[in-house]
Design a protein around this ligand. Structure first.
Ligand code: SAM
Length: 213
């Protein structure tokens, strides 16, 4: 993601306190209170500009969604979308995925979405991939037993390495496509990267993986 620094982003987001959660550790274990309902909570890790999470939130008003995005200058685009078109079931956090245990209790998150995560192609950077075993352990600690990760990417090597790390971790695969846009499911919500790579004619890979089966 090309990053244009936006020094105003954090102040702008903090003004939107019903959308942007500046201190998410205070809500650990209490997200149902924040959303004022007991609906399932799905998070997307590395949300980018938020096309997926806002599309999903419109499609599923009975599910709560949290966008996890590392960079304020990127996440601000999600907050702007939500200012323009409010969705009561979405919140935005600017935190690092490695720290998710600080913000969610075990089982508080029902599902994790990873979409077009940075591939980190060099093997010496494998630990930075969001499907590396340390990240899988982090997600496991906030998901319920048999929690799921739904993963999409255009990058075949990242897809393959993710299959291997997940399989070695003891996860199983319930659903897989090596070319998602051939017979694209009606309810598929495309991300910004998905639109871009699909327009270039590249296949999109997708899987649903479950812990501990
Ligand atoms: N998911 C979006 C899409 O499909 O259009 C954006 C994909 S972009 C390649 C990956 C995003 O993940 C970037 O916005 C990046 O800042 C974010 N990201 C990378 N590492 C992260 C981490 N450790 N925690 C949270 N977000 C992260």
């Amino acid at each position: 993601m090309r990053l244009r620094h936006k020094p105003w982003a954090l102040d702008y987001m903090k003004e939107q306190a019903s959308i942007y959660i500046a201190d998410p550790a205070t809500l650990k274990g209490n997200w149902a209170e924040e959303f004022k309902n007991e609906h399932p909570l799905y998070i997307e890790v590395g949300s980018g500009k938020g096309a997926f999470i806002t599309g999903m939130a419109k499609q599923h008003p009975d599910i709560n969604f949290i966008a996890i995005e590392l960079f304020e200058s990127v996440a601000v685009a999600i907050v702007q979308k939500l200012v323009e078109e409010p969705l009561p079931n979405v919140r935005v956090l600017t935190v690092d995925a490695k720290d998710l245990r600080d913000f969610f209790e075990k089982g508080e998150v029902t599902r994790v979405y990873l979409n077009f995560s940075d591939p980190w192609p060099k093997s010496r950077h494998a630990k930075r991939r969001l499907t590396y075993k340390t990240f899988l352990a982090t997600y496991e600690d906030i998901l319920p037993e048999q929690g799921q990760i739904h993963f999409k990417t255009d990058n075949r090597k990242l897809f393959e390495s993710s299959l291997m790390t997940m399989s070695a971790y003891g996860m199983t695969f319930d659903w897989m496509s090596l070319d998602l846009h051939v017979n694209e499911p009606e309810d598929n919500v495309r991300t910004e990267y998905e639109e871009r790579f699909s327009a270039l004619g590249q296949p999109i890979y997708r899987m649903e993986a479950t812990y501990g089966k």
